[in-house]
Design a protein around this ligand. Structure first.
Ligand code: WTA
Length: 665
């Protein structure tokens, strides 16, 4: 089908920050020609304890491993504080009474409003308590909390002190949490009694206890302080948990925070000091701690929030992402607060209590800007239009999507049914590593094509490389890379700069390698094709095949495992695992083995990594040198065995036949 080009609706164009393609092109050219002029002008709106150096020192970098170690810095010489710019600045400007959060709990009717001044007071109290416990500049704090205002408040309290926070999504298992805590040795873990997610109760404190027990016993890592928020709305009472508190280590938030002073001096930090780390999966090894900077990240998150959502002070914004992911960092906590936005903070899930929840909330608060993931869009689409159309949704102006490629059918449904064909859709391509949007339409300027992330954001210079590593000119397809640094890019992998260089800069010298494939069309539009490495994108969440494989072989009956992605109508991709059992076990084994293996993965990583299929594999297709041929496995998994291609290099071509016989067994 030929691609229909959708022009931004007139009401979106009118009054937009960028209201024509020509203006975008101008600003884009300017941003590449004069980075200091472009980013310096944007950064002026923030408070700087010390202004950045102009000229040569403003931005320095080496992007080419051939020339030495990779390093990137922006706003050198500057000193600022992200928390100050998110909160104090707005209060000083007379906006203290403006709401920043409209919290919507998991259950309908659970709600609260927080103003900028209230948030500032609370953040200062948390920061004062942390300080009293010895947390200071450069110290680590791990946060394992649900979507309640105390979660962004804790992130901001750390930022106020210059402490480096690491939020772990409160859906990861105890073992995953333990791995992340052990990697950063935090002075404090901040968590919550429990949470209700949809109809399920999850006792978060218990998971933290298990994680810390693993660390105490196996790694001799001891966390001195665990701060526990008593989340009454979860339905799990304080009394039910109180007995399990570890003396000398665990304290109730409500017992220690309320008495703290509501003023806390800001710790000014250098532009390049780290703000946070966030663990993400890659093709190999353990998840890595992606380290983000202070000033560059701040400006990148704020500028994309302003331009990509065409944010104006009257807007009511809602991003459904959890703060446990980068989207929740940049587009719940930082971008919106930096720009002084009013937003919905949502604890629930889009299908609870029914598939109309999102649109009910949109009507309740007159949401103008809505941001979610393709997997949510497809889930809601499958539930039927009636859940959407029974709500008005007339306030909506811009709808955003992120996390995985959006198929054109889902794009059209989002545009036509949710948006009444009267909105701009922003399909934003970016990554944990990039910190902020990279390729995306601007809602008042960019003609949209369903399924295309369209054109690069200001300051971003993408390129497409062919198999030989040469740049593809004009239309074509290949590996998506970025040619020069942008302010919000990651600076390192926590504790392992060599891994940072190896992962992102060793494949193609002089380029940042994204791990994604992409196509560029005749209009210069980018179409993201998905990961080209061993990362599976399940419902927009990155899962490393190696992590799932290592969880599987952790089971005493599993000898070897190979994991590949398969297409899934709702989740985008699903996890498909080939499992070889220990010698002496007949295939197919008892059904209980499959259940145990699935449980093993959920325990090691979390429910998001649950394999959809376990395919018994007495042998795996390997080359003579012993390398598993995943290409062959992918074809078998997706039932395309007629396209296996050349299997003559397999050490034992017979394994394919056996695998096909065992499919579905
Ligand atoms: C994928 C999420 C197509 C991509 C912000 C990327 C997308 C990975 C899009 C990063 C999009 C994200 N279109 N693919 N609009 N957005 N991706 O680190 O494969 O959780 O490399 O960051 O998600 O996932 P991450």
């Amino acid at each position: 089908m030929a691609t229909t080009v959708h022009q931004p609706p007139e009401h979106v164009v009118k009054g937009a920050h960028v209201d024509s393609l020509a203006k975008y092109q101008d600003m884009y050219a300017q941003s590449l020609k004069d980075p200091e002029g472009f980013w310096g002008a944007f950064a002026e709106q923030f408070h700087w304890n010390k202004k950045w150096d102009s000229g040569e020192n403003f931005h320095k970098y080496n992007f080419d491993l051939n020339k030495g170690s990779i390093n990137v810095s922006w706003f050198n010489g500057g000193e600022t504080n992200v928390c100050y710019n998110c909160l104090d600045r707005h209060v000083k400007e007379g906006n203290g009474d403006r709401p920043c959060f409209f919290w919507e709990g998991n259950d309908v009717g659970q709600e609260s409003v927080t103003t900028f001044k209230q948030l500032l007071d609370q953040v200062c109290q948390i920061a004062n308590y942390m300080k009293s416990q010895g947390v200071g500049k450069g110290d680590d704090v791990t946060i394992y909390m649900p979507m309640i205002p105390e979660l962004p408040a804790t992130m901001l309290a750390c930022a106020r002190l210059g402490a480096v926070f690491s939020v772990v999504f409160a859906g990861f298992s105890a073992e995953s949490l333990a791995g992340r805590i052990s990697d950063s040795s935090p002075k404090m873990v901040v968590t919550c009694s429990a949470v209700k997610r949809g109809p399920k109760h999850i006792e978060l404190k218990k998971i933290v206890d298990e994680a810390l027990e693993i660390l105490d016993n196996e790694e001799q890592v001891h966390v001195p302080r665990v701060l526990v928020y008593d989340h009454k709305a979860s339905g799990v009472s304080r009394d039910a948990i109180h007995a399990s508190l570890v003396e000398g280590r665990d304290v109730w938030w409500q017992d220690v925070i309320g008495d703290q002073p509501t003023e806390c001096e800001v710790t000014w930090v250098g532009a390049e000091d780290p703000l946070f780390k966030l663990y993400t999966s890659g093709s190999t090894g353990k998840p890595k701690g992606v380290v983000h900077s202070t000033a560059g990240y701040m400006c990148g998150a704020a500028a994309t929030f302003k331009y990509v959502f065409d944010y104006k002070p009257d807007d009511v914004y809602w991003c459904t992402a959890d703060c446990g992911w980068i989207t929740g960092h940049s587009y719940v906590t930082f971008g919106p607060l930096l720009m002084g936005a009013k937003q919905i903070l949502f604890e629930g899930v889009p299908t609870y209590p029914d598939a109309g929840r999102c649109w009910e909330v949109c009507d309740k608060y007159n949401v103008t800007l809505f941001y979610t993931a393709p997997t949510a869009i497809r889930t809601l689409m499958a539930c039927g239009d009636q859940h959407v159309t029974k709500h008005k949704r007339t306030s909506l102006r811009i709808l955003g999507t992120v996390g995985e490629p959006i198929n054109p059918e889902a794009w059209r449904w989002y545009h036509e049914v949710v948006g009444n064909s009267n909105v701009s859709i922003v399909d934003t391509w970016w990554q944990t590593e990039t910190g902020a949007h990279m390729i995306t339409p601007l809602p008042g300027a960019t003609p949209m094509k369903p399924g295309s992330a369209t054109l690069p954001f200001f300051g971003v210079e993408p390129a497409i490389l062919d198999d030989k590593g040469s740049e593809v000119q004009g239309p074509g397809q290949g590996y998506l890379v970025i040619k020069r640094p942008w302010p919000s890019m990651m600076r390192s992998v926590a504790g392992d700069h060599a891994r940072f260089e190896q992962t992102y800069f060793s494949h193609y010298k002089g380029y940042y390698f994204t791990g994604d494939g992409a196509r560029r069309d005749e209009d210069g539009y980018y179409w993201i094709l998905g990961r080209v490495d061993d990362v599976i994108n399940v419902s927009g969440h990155r899962i490393g095949t190696a992590e799932v494989e290592s969880a599987l072989v952790g089971h005493h009956l599993c000898a070897e495992a190979a994991v590949v992605p398969v297409d899934h109508p709702i989740k985008g991709q699903a996890i498909y695992a080939f499992v070889t059992l220990m010698n002496g076990i007949d295939y197919p084994p008892d059904e209980s083995v499959r259940k145990e293996l699935v449980a093993q993965v959920r325990k090691a990583i979390g429910p998001i990594a649950t394999p959809d299929v376990i395919h018994w594999a007495p042998g795996l297709p390997k080359t003579r040198s012993g390398k598993i041929m995943r290409r062959v496995l992918r074809k078998i998994a997706s039932r395309e065995e007629d396209q296996l291609g050349d299997t003559s290099t397999l050490a034992d071509p017979g394994v394919v036949k056996v695998l096909l016989e065992l499919r579905g067994k």
